[in-house]
Design a protein. Structure first.
Length: 490
């Protein structure tokens, strides 16, 4: 009896995990816009209403609403975060900060954006912390969460991280074999298809060299399980919009306006396929309708072209409303999602920024927790390789301080000029810093050099202009001739 209950519970857990993987894989496919998978999901949805044979002849229509909305909801890393190493009193160690930022991945902000977006999509995202031995830098690897299986204890702490990967275990064998990679705090090994442990390359003792799980977790909210709930409602709306677009193009625009051929008493070859005693009739230019055995005194033999009553405007308006609805549900302004809305006033841009600021506040706390965990893992992983690279270790007595970039409120050119003049008047900025804001690719030295070069050029120009104007003035003075007075008559 106990064995049966155990087996039933394991089967329940297995089925639950398979459902979780399917949902998260679908979320990821819609976000990245994987053509084959999105089309497969769309065909499954269409076959609920339409015959599978008819679906094969449809021109599938789909849009990537998911990515557009997820990207707009993920604003914490819209601009790069600044990271400093500080002591227990909060004082920055500038030398350690410089060394730390030098070993960060070159595309760190791009990685942060992707990680945050995938967490918004599926509620959680994992960052694998390792090193790039060729570049001798820290390396952060972001994979979609559906590829992982996370085992947790009763306190929801991660015990094991598992994922599948192909390995070539024999250098003389050209065939890769699929293994399950396992990480725990103490061990790192492979499992073959029979569940037997295998070593990863030269790690014969199967030890975890870092003695810490090299995975940082960004989780947006807690749920019934470790993963929580992803954006299934957004995916559902995206799928239904794709279905409606496909119907709009095929049934209303193509069939509704192009129509089909209707033959009466023409005794053409019978159309349709016999299934369960009934004959299915298909419509469209490729499938003319043929009706025979109608009394000829009622209807003469004829060949007609008929069309349906398309509902193009109604379906289009419903799609627009559906997009506005899900946008408002996610805290977004529909004008930022629907490209056809023309409200681009300064006020509207300010309100969009306010919406983003609210979403940023909601995400800041979990992002700070994630940054702290990733830093601790990064320190362990990097220090394990620092001597090998001949680089400095990350000091154990320092902590990470992260300054997340603020959301900028839209400013008119007049507002920007007034703000710059105020800050310049009270020594809150410099012309070089103002130039760097306008061109973020410049550093302080480059910006100052541009200002110095422009100053020299303008001074020379002013000097030349002054000499030229003086010469013109002198010539005008010399050429002055007094007008003759009136001639006196004698």
């Amino acid at each position: 009896m106990i064995n049966e209950l155990t087996l039933a519970y394991k089967e329940h857990l297995y089925n639950q995990n398979q459902q979780r993987v399917a949902e998260q894989e679908k979320q990821y496919a819609y976000y990245v816009g994987t053509k084959d998978k999105v089309e497969d999901y769309l065909c499954e949805a269409l076959e609920i209403t339409y015959d599978a044979e008819d679906v094969t002849e449809m021109q599938l229509q789909y849009i990537n609403l998911t990515k557009k909305m997820i990207d707009q909801m993920s604003v914490v890393y819209a601009n790069p975060a600044a990271r400093y190493l500080v002591d227990k009193n909060g004082n920055e160690n500038k030398e350690a900060t410089k060394s730390y930022n030098e070993i960060m991945p070159e595309n760190i902000n791009q990685i942060d954006k992707l990680n945050h977006r995938l967490a918004k999509l599926s509620n959680c995202s994992l960052t694998f912390v390792t090193v790039d031995k060729k570049k001798q830098l820290v390396k952060y690897v972001i994979n979609p969460v559906y590829k992982y299986q996370i085992e947790v204890d009763e306190d929801e702490l991660i015990g094991r991280v598992l994922y599948q990967k192909y390995y070539k275990t024999d250098v003389n064998d050209y065939k890769d074999e699929l293994y399950v990679v396992v990480w725990t705090e103490k061990e790192h090994y492979l499992l073959d298809e029979f569940g037997q442990k295998k070593s990863v390359k030269d790690n014969k003792g199967n030890k975890n060299p870092y003695q810490i799980l090299p995975y940082a977790v960004l989780k947006m909210s807690d749920g019934e399980n470790f993963y929580g709930e992803g954006q299934n409602d957004l995916i559902n709306v995206n799928e239904q919009i794709n279905l409606l677009l496909t119907k709009l193009v095929n049934s209303d625009i193509i069939l509704g306006t192009e129509g089909t051929t209707l033959g009466i008493n023409l005794h053409l070859n019978k159309k349709g396929v016999e299934e369960n005693g009934q004959r299915k009739i298909r419509t469209g230019r490729k499938h003319p309708l043929n009706i025979d055995d109608v009394r000829e005194d009622m209807l003469s033999p004829s060949l007609q072209h008929i069309t349906t009553d398309p509902h193009i405007l109604e379906i289009r308006d419903f799609i627009d409303w559906y997009i506005k609805y899900i946008a408002s549900m996610k805290g977004l302004n529909p004008s930022a999602v629907l490209a056809q809305l023309k409200d681009t006033s300064d006020y509207q841009k300010i309100m969009d920024a306010v919406d983003q600021m609210e979403m940023r506040k909601d995400d800041l706390e979990v992002c700070r927790t994630y940054e702290k965990e990733r830093f601790e893992i990064t320190r362990k992983v990097w220090n394990a390789h620092a001597q090998e690279f001949g680089k400095k270790e990350i000091p154990e007595d320092l902590m990470l301080k992260v300054d997340f970039a603020e959301i900028e409120i839209h400013k008119t050119p007049a507002d920007e000029q007034a703000e710059f003049e105020f800050e310049l008047k009270y020594n809150l900025t410099t012309p070089a810093e103002f130039l760097m804001k306008r061109n973020p690719d410049l550093d302080l030295k480059e910006a100052q050099q541009i200002i110095d070069d422009n100053l020299k050029f303008n001074q020379k120009l002013q000097k030349k202009t002054g000499i030229f104007e003086q010469m013109l003035a002198n010539e005008a003075e010399k050429s002055k001739i007094k007008e003759p007075g009136p001639v006196k008559k004698i």
